[in-house]
Design a protein around this ligand. Sequence first.
Ligand code: BJW
Length: 313
Amino acid sequence: MVSHSGRQRGHLSITKWQRPFQNVSRVAVAANTKPQCGGSACGLPYAGHSVFDLAYMTFDSLHAPAGPPIADTEIASLRQRLQNARHVLVLTGAGASAESGVPTFRDAQTGYWAQFRPEEMASEAGFLAHPQRVWDWYQYRRDLIGRVMPNAGHVALAQWQARHPDRMTLVTQNVDGLHQRAGSRPVLCLHGNLMDNRWLLPPKACCDARFTEGDAPPQCPGCGNYLRPGVVWFGEALPQAELQQAQDAAKGCDLMLVIGTSGHVYPAAGLAHIAARGGAHVVVINPEPTELDSVADQCWRLPSAQILPALLA
Ligand code: BJW
C-alpha cells in the first residue's frame, strides 16, 4: 500500500475519484457524524442526523463510497511520530475547509464566477479594474462562510493543539476563520481574514467607514478611497510577524503536516521546503497530487476531515 520514492516518500495510494475513501466509519464516529449518505442529492433524507451531526458532517463523507480502511499500522506510526515530536508545524490550505462546504480557492469560481481567473479576482489590479465584480465575489464568499461550520479536521487540530500547548504551530493560508471557530489558538493567518475590511489607500482624515453604504464597493464620500477585503492579494506582502513566526516554526519543527494545499502559492508553500531542509519529517495530506509532494516524506491521498480525527485522536 505504501510506495517509496524520492525522499523516502510513502504514498498511501488512495485518490478521490479512483479509489474509495478510507476509514469513513471510524472517522465519522470520531466526529460524531454518520457515515451513510444523508444528502438530498443522493435521494436520501437528512432524517436520522442531529443538528450536530449535520454541522460536522463533511460534504465528501456524504458522497464518498465506502472502502477498505487505511492500514492501522500507518496511522499508528504517524501518531507515534506526533507523540514523540518536539514541535509540529501544521500548514493548512483551502482543502482543509472543503469538507465544510467551502470551495477550494481554485474551485471557488463556480457558476457565474467560473469565467474569471483567481488572479483577476485576488489582486489589486483586478479590484481596480472591476471593483464591483471583485467586491461582489467577496460578498458572495462572506455569505457562504457565514453559513458553514468547522469540520472534523478543524476540530481534531484544535483539540490536539489544546492538549499539547506549545507543541504545535498552526499556520493557515485560509481566510475563512474556521480554525478559530473550531477553537484553535493561536492561528497564524498568512493571508488575512475574509471578514475584515481595510482601506485600499492609506486612510485620510475623511475616510470613515460609517459613511459607506449600499451594495457597491464602499467608498469614502470625501476622497473616493475604497474599502477592500482584509486579505492578502497576489503581489502583496504577507503580515511580517506571522510569516516570521511561521518560518521560525518551520526551521524548528521535527514534524510538519501539509494539509489541503496545492502548494502553488509562495511564500506559504516555502515553509515545507524550509522544514524539509531542517530535517523535519514532512507529511502531505491531500486527495490529489500537490507541488509539495516532492519534498514530502509521506503523502496521504485523503480528504483531511476524514483522516485527521483518527490521526490526532
Ligand atoms: C483537499 C480536500 C480535502 C480538496 N482534504 N485537501 C516564489 C515562486 C513563484 C512565485 C512567487 C514566489 N514568491 C512569491 C511569488 C508570487 C506569488 C505566488 O506565489 N504566485 C504563484 C501563483 C506562482 N505570491 C505572492 O504574490 C504573495 N506575496 C508575495 O510574495 O509578496 C512579496 C512582497 C514582499 C514585500 C512587498 C510586497 C510584496 C502573496 C500571495 C497571496 C495569496 N493570496 C490568496 C488570496 C487570498 C484572498 C482570497 O481568498 O480571496 O490566497 S491566492 C490563494 O492561494 C489564496 C490561498 O490561500 C492560496 C493558496 O491556495 P490553496 O489553499 O493551496 O488552495 P488551492 O485551491 O490552490 O488548493 C486546494 C487544495 O486542496 C488542492 O490541492 C486540493 O486537492 C485539496 N483538497 N479537497 C484535503 N477534502
